[in-house]
Design a binder for this molecule. Structure first.
Ligand code: SF4
Length: 315
């Protein structure tokens, strides 16, 4: 089973996205209050080689060879992908393998480094996050590593725009009572005017956030934010599309692999199990839950399946 590549999975912004994770589980230089992957366990701002890039490229090559429907190859993973010092080699290697567009979903913090911006030159879409227009709110929402500064984040995004011809899509995560007031949105807009992104996408915490007190904004704030930020898109709560279970040998393997990077809605998990012609998908899912491989979380009248952190990933 693939270790670094997963999917293609349906993505709210990239259609059927083949995810590539060049970093170990929850390795990040942020610890965002809304993160859907839980608290950052490997809190670092140090770039390094985590895995052999040849192994990752071999898995990408194999996924392409299988001719599954892929709209984008997306470097994302289980934290911040730019922490991998091999990202440039991986992007370059992927471009040699295929004409498919390549995207990088990043928190943007390391774009202030010239090396990181240079590595991004061949990427088709860079997708950084920008949730706050001042340092205090940035630290409150994103809880960055002490070496990450708001002014460096701003500098990196400004330079990225100036140096690249590729697409820059900025995502703003909107949180009720935290960054959805007119003043806060206008402050963010002031920076977006400087960054000149090709798209501004507003997101809301669609899955259980790390901090339970984080909630989604009401529809009035959402409409207001769309106007003030001149957003091109409010991202839908759920993805449209299907999970491809063909790369997996069993439903258990599919559910554990996907939930490692991507919490599933309960119905999505059942659909995946169903693809293996299991008679009673619900009973099968309950069996995985009872063995504590995954856990169920209820959030906003929906049910989600999360991989249990205590479960050894080397299943
Ligand atoms: S949301 Fe992204 S940047 Fe924030 S802690 Fe989670 S993985 Fe890191």
């Amino acid at each position: 089973m693939a270790k670094y590549v997963y999917g293609p999975v349906p993505s709210r912004r990239l259609g059927q996205s083949l995810g590539v994770s060049p970093i170990p589980e929850k390795t990040c230089n942020y610890n965002c209050i809304y993160c859907q992957l839980g608290k950052t366990t490997n809190f670092t701002n140090h770039r390094k080689r985590f895995f052999n890039p040849k192994d990752i490229l071999a898995e990408i090559s194999e996924a392409i060879r299988q001719e599954r429907k892929i709209d984008y190859i997306t470097f994302v993973g289980e934290g911040e992908p730019t922490l991998s010092s091999d990202l440039g080699i991986l992007i370059e290697g992927t471009k040699k393998l295929t004409d498919l567009p390549v995207a990088v979903i990043t928190n943007g913090s390391l774009l202030s480094l010239e090396t990181v911006r240079a590595e991004m030159r061949k990427v088709d879409v860079i997708m950084p996050t920008f949730d706050a227009g001042n340092s205090k709110l940035f630290r409150f929402i994103n809880r960055p590593h002490k070496e990450v500064r708001f002014n460096k984040l701003v500098t990196g995004l400004k330079k990225s725009r100036l140096e690249f011809n590729n697409e820059l899509w900025i995502e703003v995560m909107l949180l009720k009572g935290i960054n959805d007031s007119v003043e806060t949105l206008e402050e963010i807009k002031g920076f977006l005017d400087v960054f000149h992104p090709d798209q501004v996408q507003i997101s809301i915490p669609s899955r259980p956030p790390t901090e339970p007190w984080v909630t989604i904004p009401d529809s009035e704030s959402l409409n207001l934010s769309k106007l003030i930020l001149q957003s091109t898109q409010i991202l839908p709560l759920n993805e449209v599309g299907t999970f491809d279970s063909r790369p997996f040998r069993t439903p258990k393997e599919a559910i554990l692999s996907i939930t490692k990077r991507h919490p599933l809605q309960y119905t999505q998990a059942l659909e995946i199990i169903h693809q293996f012609n299991i008679d009673n998908p619900e009973a099968y899912l309950n069996m995985i839950v009872s063995k504590q491989m995954v856990k169920i979380l209820d959030y906003r009248n929906s049910r989600f399946i999360y991989r249990n952190e205590v479960w050894d990933s080397n299943f």
